[in-house]
Write a protein that binds this ligand. Structure first.
Ligand SMILES: [Zn+2]
Length: 315
């Protein structure tokens, strides 16, 4: 099977911007586009496969006869497609939030937890993120701080730069802040507990709902979050995340990258810089920044050419 080129669905959340349309030439119907859900089988926003006549990725994954060939041996017994991959254009701050782990999510929400990763595709010089609470905060103080409405002064704010990779395990309180363009790779779950929303009013004129008690249940002070840069990467392909739920390589191509599909797992690619082509045994396709595609487990050998940078996510 050939690479699967994805068509996303879009979200017009209040904090979004216009770069997904202007920079990535996305066909979003919204004036303000916050997110494009590029690779998603989540019912909250299904993506479709352009070169399979708009079949949803979910329909393709649910075809158990073809699943192993296309998505790889590791997906054989999975109840759902394991990942959810988005581009996010934060013109304004996102809410301060936390996601539960698998254990909490299955017990209370009949869902999976959410560990996520961000790659900074672009940001302002002054841009930062929120990642965890300040080191002086003790786990047993967190509930009190949040209930007193004092979380804002106890968050850890960290500067970020283009090319940074930020790993956010479930339980880490976090927020993407304004003027940041991000590629997000996460577990396939839409469970978010909002703990602070900048005293902002939603589209309906009311503050958006917070989930204080659930957030208190799941926020942990000791998660292993990390921030690393890919800017000085010398090798063409470098593993940047080797997590429990997904692995991610940064692939920086100056002329040609040769590879072979992986029988164990599909490979989800997102072009984060530049443009080029992907060439299989039978065809070649143009790719550019903002595109995403899946290399099926049974594709065989392929080449990516051009001057571009991609993220490759796999199991
Ligand atoms: Zn999140």
């Amino acid at each position: 099977m050939e690479p699967l080129f994805m068509k996303p669905t879009y979200k017009d959340y209040i904090w979004g911007g216009t770069r997904l349309k202007e920079v990535f030439e996305k066909d979003s119907p919204f004036e303000i586009t916050a997110e494009s859900w590029e690779i998603s089988t989540n019912d909250a926003g299904l993506s479709t496969v352009k070169n399979l006549n708009g079949m949803t990725l979910k329909e393709l994954f649910d075809d158990k006869e073809k699943r192993e060939e296309i998505f790889g041996i590791k997906t054989k017994d999975m109840e759902r497609f394991p990942l959810l991959i988005k581009f996010i254009d934060a013109k304004d701050n996102l809410s301060v939030q936390v996601h539960p782990d698998d254990e909490y999510a299955s017990q209370y929400e009949n869902d999976t937890g959410k560990t996520e990763m961000w790659y900074v595709m672009d940001c302002d010089e002054e841009a930062s993120i929120i990642c965890g609470m300040k080191e002086t905060v003790k786990q047993e103080e967190i509930a009190e701080i949040i209930r007193r409405g004092n979380i804002r002064n106890n968050l850890k704010q960290v500067p970020i730069h283009k090319g940074d990779v930020i790993y956010i395990p479930s339980g880490t309180v976090h927020a993407i802040l304004k003027d940041t363009l991000i590629c997000e790779i996460q577990q396939n779950s839409n469970l978010t507990y909002r703990v602070y929303d900048w005293d902002r009013i939603g589209k309906d004129g009311k503050p958006r709902q917070l989930h204080i008690e659930k957030a208190i249940d799941v926020i942990k002070q000791d998660t292993k979050y990390s921030i690393t840069s890919t800017n000085h990467q010398e090798e063409v392909s470098k593993n940047v995340i080797d997590g429990d739920y997904f692995k991610v390589d940064s692939v920086k191509i100056k002329s040609t990258y040769q590879s072979k599909s992986n029988k164990e797992s599909f490979e989800a690619y997102m072009v984060v810089e530049g443009n080029g082509i992907i060439k299989t045994n039978s065809k070649e396709y143009e790719i550019r920044v903002g595109d995403s595609f899946i290399v099926p487990a049974n594709l065989g050998e392929y080449e990516i050419k051009g001057e571009l940078k991609l993220l490759k996510a796999y199991l």
